[in-house]
Design a protein around this ligand. Structure first.
Ligand code: XLS
Ligand code: CA
Ligand code: CA
Length: 437
């Protein structure tokens, strides 16, 4: 059965094309800085936004009725698997990502839920084998079900904690079965709304215990995926524990988890934290924990997680610049954690949204490659720090300098001369590069 009959395989047609269902920039085989675009970008489709979302919002009913919605329960789950692989094939995307509850309906008991997952995982495995498509990451949804009202790994209720642990265990088994490259923890309800009823230190200790158990179990079953934590500052709770990259890195250090985890960074979550995406990526990279990216964008006029398809070329360029600077995204990828707007309810919009995101990232990659190759920003940055290359600066960097030797230098070095940072000029250079590729 075909769910996207009216759509043909999306081809690269180049900049001159006026076919909306074609790539203008994403040419998977084009080699850039020694790797193909496909290898650089490692795109993934997010199951939940593409096959589960239906356009519901707090004010209105679903607007998106898809082919698979004619079925119910496990039949609908099977139909979604078919739709997923047809979609990945037609869009030429190599990876997908899902939560346990996205792929299979929850049963009345844990046993029943796990049985449903097994049926779908078998079907997925067959489809993966025949299509060559791969799982970028899977994760456990430990936030939607009412049992997680007070959190999962940070719940006040040990029974809930145990249930969450069981879900993680199953998630790791599924990840192994499907050869997932990564396993993600996004702390959906791991946070709090008021300290008046919360023991923050204890909750964080418990969360770390859960992560340690996951590391141990993955080792036990020989699941060698990269573990990832996905930071987000707020929503659904007021204070999410994994606020941003820096907070999460401090947590990993404190609990001895640094060697086992990297970060899955999302653009919209960076915005909510008051950071740029590139700030989050750089923070992860300089701490050796850049894992994977959730690509989307927020809206600065709205204070919530809008998960729009990424089309801001300044952001995609600077994102890819950071990725190139970090030496690539490794086992991670660029997962479109993005949904079409409620008004974009036609099936074609699912393709158009992804094409917009993929072309914007391919464009950003080309611009970032030019910035990298021609050392446009590197030269500017190097020049700004040149005072540390020789003399007193070199002594500071080598560790030779002391407070006393620096005082002696400062006493006779008068006046101090600073130089402009030239931000306005550099911003225009960036625009010129983006529109030259
Ligand atoms: C929600 C998160 C979520 C994670 C996976 O804001 O982005 O979708 O990526 O649980
Ligand atoms: Ca995400
Ligand atoms: Ca989000």
């Amino acid at each position: 059965m075909s769910y996207f009959k009216e759509i043909n395989t999306i081809q690269f047609e180049g900049k001159g094309s006026d076919n909306p269902l074609a790539f203008k920039h994403y040419d998977p085989k084009q080699v850039i800085l020694g790797k193909t675009m496909e290898e650089h970008l490692r795109f993934a489709v997010a199951y939940w936004h593409t096959f589960n979302a239906n356009g519901t919002d707090p004010f209105g009913a679903p607007t998106m009725i898809r082919g698979w919605d004619q079925y119910n329960g496990l039949d609908r789950a099977k139909a979604r698997v078919e739709a997923n692989f047809e979609f990945l094939n037609k869009l030429n995307v190599p990876y997908f990502a899902f939560h346990d509850v996205d792929i299979a309906p929850e049963g009345a008991t844990l046993q029943e839920s796990n049985k449903n997952i097994d049926v779908i995982v078998d079907l997925m495995k067959d489809n993966m084998r025949s299509s060559g498509k791969k799982l970028l990451w899977n994760t456990a949804n430990m936030f939607s079900n009412p049992r997680f009202v007070h959190g999962a790994g940070t719940s006040v209720n040990a029974d809930v904690y145990a249930y969450a642990a069981a879900q993680v265990k199953k998630g790791l088994e599924v990840g192994k079965e499907l050869g997932a490259e990564n396993y993600v923890f996004w702390g959906g309800r791991e946070g709090y709304d008021t300290l008046l009823n919360t023991d923050m230190g204890f909750e964080l200790d418990n969360l770390a215990r859960l992560y340690h158990m996951a590391v141990a179990y993955a080792k036990e079953i020989g699941f060698d995926a990269q573990f990832l934590i996905e930071p987000k500052p707020k929503e659904p709770t007021k204070h999410q524990y994994d606020f941003d990259a820096a907070t999460t890195i401090a947590f990993l250090h404190k609990y001895g988890l640094k060697d086992h985890f990297k970060l899955n960074l999302e653009a919209n979550h960076a915005t909510l934290a008051g950071h740029t995406f590139e700030h989050e990526i750089r923070t992860a990279a300089i701490n050796g924990v850049l894992g994977s990216l959730d690509a989307n964008q927020g809206d600065l006029l709205l204070g919530w997680d809008t998960d729009e398809f990424p089309v801001d070329l300044y952001s995609t360029t600077l994102t890819m610049y950071e990725v190139l600077k970090a030496g690539g995204i490794g086992r991670g990828g660029i997962n479109f954690d993005a949904k079409v707007r409620r008004g974009s309810f036609e099936v074609e919009d699912l393709f158009l949204g992804h094409i917009a995101g993929m072309d914007s990232f391919a464009w950003g990659l080309k611009a970032a490659a030019k910035l990298t190759e021609e050392k446009i920003l590197d030269n500017i940055v190097d020049n700004r720090y040149r005072s540390f290359k020789e003399g007193i600066g070199a002594e500071i960097v080598s560790g030779k300098a002391t407070l006393a030797s620096l005082e002696q230098y400062a006493l006779q070095n008068n006046p101090i001369k600073n130089e402009s940072g030239r931000q306005e000029r550099i911003s225009l250079i960036l625009s010129e590069v983006i529109f030259s590729v």
